[in-house]
Design a protein around this ligand. Structure first.
Ligand SMILES: Nc1ncnc2c1ncn2[C@@H]1O[C@H](COP(=O)(O)OP(=O)(O)OP(=O)(O)O)[C@@H](O)[C@H]1O
Length: 490
């Protein structure tokens, strides 16, 4: 058995080795430094930390290692709760805890939707040291079970914290409220993401214990090793370009792995079927698949049985698959931060990578928004148009056939049925949930309208004021207010 001192030493040595490796990986000298080396001293000192660093820069280790350090000093269960927006990411984080925490005899428990609730409840009652969870399922357990408690946790980690707070298609607000009501006020909170800045104000409300905020300072928000391109394509012939791109990678590279992002589950499924018809080893990952299928798809892609993963944004955050050399955006992301996370699935930990975004005539403004945010111009990716023309008809015919096949399989209907089934499995009434959702949407719409009205009135007032002074109002650059103290440990 390890003594506590031995364990403490082990985690410190692991951290040192890990950081040394990462620095070597970035021989170009990551001017922004390694996030773990910035936040860890404050964290060990007892302060809340908000860390914002580029994708693939080792944010997971920045919370796993110091937590293991603290756990070795005073081990008990449940010691730490990690929240994350997707199920796949929860498993990935748990894996890191397992690998690094093995000498400590670390017990972890993964609580995510789509898996057996009873088995999870049993695991929770065994007081694991670390619980890694998606908010929905953990909140369900809190509501339905009294066999475990998170009242005594010392650490709350929110990975991809901005996504957890966002009111996107999956809204975590209600579940987060339930979870935050169940954790102690006296705790240390750690919030990490590659895109924290937009939600900083909300996040600060969660981290009130002398929060230390660290943001990697770099002229460009994406990593240097990432070659970022756009390819202008007419909407109707997009898929022929996609097939052409993949064929080229296939011909030119021995060992290749690509992730393709799509905007809907249906497109994801149709394209997967289509690429398979062209004999590309493709596997799909989207929220309409059963959880076991999702895990199986990811495992097969990770082990290179399949070379192409075609996914919705369920795979856009956090997934760490070192073999991915190329990311293709089949649609231009509507939000720059989605772009940042998607393309961040390649060029990780100092490796090279390429991202190609298919841009149609309707998406030019989205590319400009992306370029503004990442502070870099995308370069054009050139293709042999004549070669694309040659496969155009064939690709369109195959795609249409796949669509018909999918429609015959009632994909849309299944989507509804699956949703209802899932809700029933979670002990919820699907009709009540639908009503709740509709009400929530109404409230959101009302809030939006109210905000717009306020904005409009303010603009009118401003314009009036400026008119009186006889000149146009000048746009004032927003002061970058330091969100929290950056003072070091005393
Ligand atoms: N010090 C280190 N030395 C070598 N490799 C490291 C080091 N720290 C992290 N890594 C590796 O770097 C990769 C990326 O790390 P991680 O997944 O934590 O990135 P991230 O910053 O969380 O990215 P994202 O924003 O996409 O979630 C992982 O494979 C991880 O094992």
């Amino acid at each position: 058995m390890y003594s506590r001192n031995h364990l403490r030493q082990h985690t410190l040595v692991a951290e040192h080795r890990y950081s040394a490796n990462m620095r070597t990986a970035w021989s170009s000298g990551a001017e922004e430094g390694l996030i773990s080396s910035r936040t860890t001293p404050y964290f060990l000192y007892g302060r809340d930390c908000l860390g914002c660093a580029k994708t693939g820069s080792g944010k997971t280790a920045a919370f796993v290692l110091p937590i293991l350090q603290k756990l070795s000093e005073d081990p008990y269960g449940i010691f730490c709760l990690v929240l994350t927006p997707t199920r796949e990411l929860a498993y990935q984080i748990a894996e890191q805890f397992r690998v690094l925490g093995k000498p400590l005899g670390l017990k972890d428990c993964i609580i995510v939707g789509g898996m057996d609730m009873v088995a999870q409840a049993l695991e929770l009652s065994r007081k694991p040291h670390v619980v890694i969870a998606t908010p929905g399922r953990l909140a369900d357990h809190l509501r339905s079970s009294n066999t475990f408690s998170i009242k005594k946790i010392r650490f709350l980690v929110m990975d991809e914290a901005d996504r957890l707070l966002e009111q996107g298609c999956t809204d975590f607000t209600v579940d987060l409220e339930a979870i935050l009501a169940a954790v102690p006020a006296r705790r240390q909170t750690l919030l990490f993401s590659a895109t924290l800045t937009d939600t900083l104000k909300e996040l600060q409300g969660l981290a009130t214990n002398q929060p230390f905020f660290w943001e990697a300072q770099a002229p460009v928000c994406t990593v240097e090793q990432l070659d970022q391109r756009y390819l202008l394509v007419p909407e109707k012939v997009k898929d022929a370009y996609l097939v052409h791109l993949i064929q080229n990678f296939h011909d030119e590279h021995e060992d290749w792995s690509i992730i393709i992002f799509t905007n809907t589950c249906k497109t994801c499924q149709v394209l997967c079927m289509m690429l398979r018809k062209f004999n590309f080893p493709t596997v799909a990952l989207h929220s309409m698949m059963k959880q076991k299928e999702r895990f199986a798809a990811l495992a097969k892609f990770k082990s290179s049985i399949y070379r192409i993963l075609i996914a919705t944004d369920v795979a856009s955050r956090g997934l760490d698959i070192p073999t991915v050399q190329v990311v293709i955006n089949h649609n231009t992301p509507g939000l720059p931060k989605i772009y940042i996370h998607r393309v961040g699935r390649t060029a990780r930990a100092g490796r090279q990578g390429q991202a190609i975004t298919l841009v149609t005539q309707y998406d030019i403004h989205l590319v400009h928004a992306i370029e503004d945010q990442i502070k870099k111009k995308l370069e054009e990716f050139l293709v042999e148009e004549a070669e694309v023309l040659q496969i155009l008809t064939q690709v369109n015919v195959v795609r249409r056939k796949c669509e018909i096949k999918l429609e015959a399989a009632n994909f849309d209907e299944k989507k509804e049925i699956n949703k209802r089934k899932q809700l029933i499995l979670e002990g919820k009434d699907p009709d009540l949930e639908a009503k709740r959702k509709a009400e929530l949407a109404k409230i959101k719409q009302k809030n939006r309208r109210f905000k717009e009205q306020v904005k409009h009135t303010l603009q009118q007032q401003k314009a009036g004021g400026a008119g009186r002074r006889g000149h146009l109002p000048r746009a004032r650059p927003e002061a970058h207010s330091a969100p929290a103290s950056t003072q070091g440990p005393a």
